[in-house]
Design a protein around this ligand. Structure first.
Ligand code: GLN
Length: 186
């Protein structure tokens, strides 16, 4: 199993560290590096910046052509959404969700919370939210995996997975393991 971490901007090293022991890790900076991968993680960071860079390096086209399973966290989730509310910016549009950026407002811009995620088992998952988006709407092919205070925070459509929080900043590998299981169909 080879998983790429999109390495253009954002918390790349943290995702790579989390994957160690679960898969071979490739830091992806060029479209050609997607060729041998089984899946790709798009990290958090700044979605406008990452969006510009993946177009510049034609990584957007390669992801689509290869129909690669993708896990997007925070900014990565924004970049997978079919619709980004209120701002005009690039997205891969691979998942039928509508997201609102920076949706928690100033006071709660960044916060932590214990999340109930049935697909990961009983122990709560520590959710770290950093200027996180909110998933406002989902299409019928989207499976909602978890909500927090009425907002969808983890969801999947086929082999595309999105989290509005940052599992790579914890020591809990369950979301990354879940993505690997999605890829293998286990
Ligand atoms: N606020 C960022 C954006 O809109 C996302 C923040 C993050 O990835 N932690 O792109």
């Amino acid at each position: 199993m080879r998983i790429g971490v999109l390495g253009l901007q954002g918390d790349v090293a943290e995702h790579a560290a989390m994957l160690r022991g679960l898969a071979d890790v490739v830091i992806v900076k060029k479209a050609s590096e997607l060729e041998t991968l089984d899946g790709l993680i798009m990290p958090g960071g700044e979605s406008t910046t990452i969006g510009k860079l993946i177009q510049k390096y034609e990584i957007d086209r390669a992801i689509k052509a290869k129909r690669l399973p993708v896990f997007g966290t925070c900014a990565g989730a924004i970049l997978l959404a079919k619709k980004i509310l209120a701002t005009e910016q690039f997205s891969l549009r691979l998942m039928d969700i509508a997201v609102e950026r920076n949706a928690y407002g100033r006071q709660k811009e960044s916060f932590e919370a214990d999340l109930e995620i049935p697909a990961l088992g009983k122990p709560p998952f520590r959710g770290i939210f950093i200027r996180a988006p909110v998933i406002r709407k989902c299409g019928k092919d989207v499976e909602v995996l978890a909500e927090h205070e009425g907002s969808i925070i983890l969801a999947r459509q086929g082999k595309i997975l999105v989290a509005t929080f940052h599992p790579e900043l914890t020591r809990d590998a369950r979301v990354h393991e879940y993505f690997i299981k999605l890829i293998t169909g286990a």
